[in-house]
Design a protein around this ligand. Structure first.
Ligand code: NAP
Length: 252
């Protein structure tokens, strides 16, 4: 087994891409921590799908620095360390400039940046000392095609993911000397709750047609790339931002 009991912390593991990531890591021998924000039942269901192992589910709001600290301390206390961190939890809030009130605009920006950018940054800060003490680790951050293609109706989201891309690349340089390998996966549309309003809405066919495959990704297709990047033998991929968007957007 590739991971042989290594502890993998997957944020947003209760649904969508995170759930698929948890399942793929468990199948590869990892001990998985399924972190969720509010849906305990969903997280418990994911745990039941992971098969044998010391897998656990832990609640935390990644937008809250204190809860991030408690989350990491709980994982280390219960499982002895963290070998892989997957920063997957995220929010996608619509707030078009012309029609969003100023107060609502502030709230969307704050929630989005706190969850999608500062949350991962705080997780990294809390997890890295444990990885260094253990001789190394892996961090995979989940960003988005939107960081490159633009998010006209979700501008804070695009900015948060562009920020996380940049953070990942800085971390790749800063942490490699400590044996911590940092990579990034940037999906296009994926069949999850987050994308459902767009894939199931009136423009669903047009959204799917953005890819020559004529469909969105399955969560498993994203999860497999994340697990690959966290696997031993892929170290020279550090700093990479891997597009998994079905050729729906080709950046140069
Ligand atoms: P999803 O189905 O909406 O699931 C989001 C997950 O994040 C849930 O487990 C949720 O927990 C958790 N979460 C949200 N806010 C949180 C917070 N403040 N603290 C802790 N956990 C929180 O989303 P998804 O589609 O799987 O997306 C996963 C990642 O992929 C996100 O970073 C997203 O931006 C990125 N992505 C998705 C797509 C897409 O088309 N789906 C495309 C590009 C990138 P609860 O269930 O407890 O609420």
């Amino acid at each position: 087994m590739i991971f042989d009991g290594d502890v993998v912390l997957v944020t947003g593991g209760s649904r969508g891409i995170g759930r698929a990531v948890a399942r793929e890591f468990a199948a590869a021998g990892a001990t998985v921590v399924v972190q969720y924000r509010q849906d305990r039942q969903a997280a418990e269901k994911v745990l039941s799908e992971l098969g044998p192992g010391a897998h656990i589910a832990l609640q935390a709001d990644v937008a809250d620095p204190g809860q991030v600290q408690n989350l990491v301390e709980s994982v280390v206390e219960r499982l002895g360390g963290i070998g892989v961190l997957v920063n997957n939890a995220g929010v996608y809030e619509r707030h078009p400039v012309p029609t969003t009130g100023y107060a609502e605009w502030q709230e969307s920006w704050r929630r989005t940046i706190d969850t999608n950018l500062i949350g991962p940054a705080n997780l990294v800060h809390r997890v890295v000392p444990h990885m260094i003490a253990a001789g190394g680790g892996r961090i995979v951050n989940v960003t988005s095609r939107g960081a490159f293609r633009g998010e006209p109706e979700h501008p804070a989201y695009g900015a948060s993911k562009a920020g996380l891309n940049s953070l990942s690349q800085s971390l790749a340089q800063a942490l490699a000397p400590h044996g911590i390998y940092v990579t990034t996966v940037a999906p296009g549309f994926v069949e999850t709750d987050m994308a459902a309003p767009y894939l199931d809405g009136a423009d669903g066919a047009a959204v799917r047609a953005q890819s020559p495959l004529g469909r969105a990704a399955s969560p498993e297709e994203i999860a497999r790339v994340i697990v690959f990047l966290a696997s031993p033998g892929t170290e020279y991929a550090i700093g990479a931002i891997v597009d998994v968007n079905g050729a729906s957007y080709l950046r140069s």
